[in-house]
Design a protein around this ligand. Structure first.
Ligand code: CA
Length: 320
């Protein structure tokens, strides 16, 4: 993620240097060689040049590998906080997968790397990577009026444009995301998302004074049940009638369960396990399991994540 930090010019340990500086330098050097090696032979010089003018292959923070044509809308001007938004990442990703024979949605229409052969493409990767490793830092980060050649930290910095008499030091910048977000969908379109536990009869074998079990099924995200401060605690919901269950959502307060079981029962006395969670980290747990018919569902605590009890803002049950 984006981070900005004003540098006071000091040289504390770790300041003005990346932890894995050589790896970053290698990838910075490799990317333009890799794209060129993968696509130029198949596209030909003229088409490759025209396409890279339309969409630059990279958006390095320093702008060193951006296009030089004045007309490009996407041209990086350098030192403005690149987020690597513009580039050929998707093209190469799709091409490599196509060469490997993997399914590619909205593919490129043909393969490019290594002429489409796995062995040829592997050679392109190895050759360009070897060239990147051998490239001097001063070539990867050529330097400009603000930064000396080879100064990786400086190449990535944000450099302010003076406004009247107001100036500002360079700002440290790094935004080299591999992942920025993971979104998971617990159910699909058309699924019945009725919370079967809502406002149902509920009980707990231990309740800390004032934090009743009822608060865990009241649909109110600001009220909670809290157990006694021991590991062996449970909360049980009576769904009113037998329902098909496929998952339970637990909305933990700070006091969460690190190990617990979800158990179900037809009669409230004979229980069977539906799921075991043994490395919980709190927050929201969406616990899925094979469909099972049950009238009762309970969370059985095995180990607490904190010194407090188990505390749930809500426990929810779903048929899909
Ligand atoms: Ca609640």
């Amino acid at each position: 993620m984006a981070r900005g930090r004003r540098e006071a010019g000091g040289d504390l340990p770790g300041s003005h240097a990346y932890q894995h500086a050589a790896a970053i330098r290698t990838f910075d050097a490799w990317w333009p060689k890799l794209v060129d090696g993968a696509f130029r032979p198949g596209l030909g010089d003229d088409v490759y040049a025209a396409l890279t003018r339309a969409l630059q292959i990279d958006e390095s923070p320093s702008g060193a590998t951006g296009p030089t044509s004045a007309g490009s809308l996407n041209q990086s001007q350098g030192h403005k906080g690149s987020a690597f938004q513009y580039g050929w990442w998707g093209y190469l990703d799709k091409d490599l997968r196509a060469v490997l024979g993997d399914p590619v949605r909205s593919g490129l229409g043909r393969t490019y790397c290594g002429g489409g052969s796995v062995a040829g493409c592997r050679q392109v990767l190895v050759t360009t990577l070897a060239a990147a490793v051998a490239e001097p830092a001063g070539t990867t980060y050529p330097g400009d009026k603000d930064c000396s050649a080879g100064d990786q930290w400086c190449a990535d910095t944000i450099i302010q444009s003076p406004l009247g008499g107001i100036t500002h030091d360079k700002i440290s910048w790094q935004n080299r995301p591999t992942y920025q977000q993971v979104v998971s969908f617990p159910a699909g379109r058309g699924a019945d998302l009725t919370n079967l536990a809502l406002n149902r009869s509920v009980s707990a074998n231990g309740t800390f004074i004032g934090y009743t079990a009822k608060a865990a099924v009241d649909g109110d995200p600001t009220t909670r049940w809290s157990s006694w401060w021991t590991d062996s605690q449970s909360i049980t919901v009576d769904l009113g009638s037998a329902r098909t269950l496929r998952r339970v959502i637990l909305r933990w307060e700070t006091a969460y369960g690190s190990r617990y079981r979800i158990e179900v029962s037809a009669n409230g006395s004979t229980w069977q396990p539906a799921a075991v969670v043994d490395a919980g980290n709190g927050g929201l747990d969406n616990v899925t399991f094979a469909p099972v018919s049950a009238r009762y569902v309970r969370m059985v605590g095995v180990a607490r994540g904190t010194g407090y009890g188990y505390s749930l803002w809500e426990i929810e049950a779903y048929s899909s």
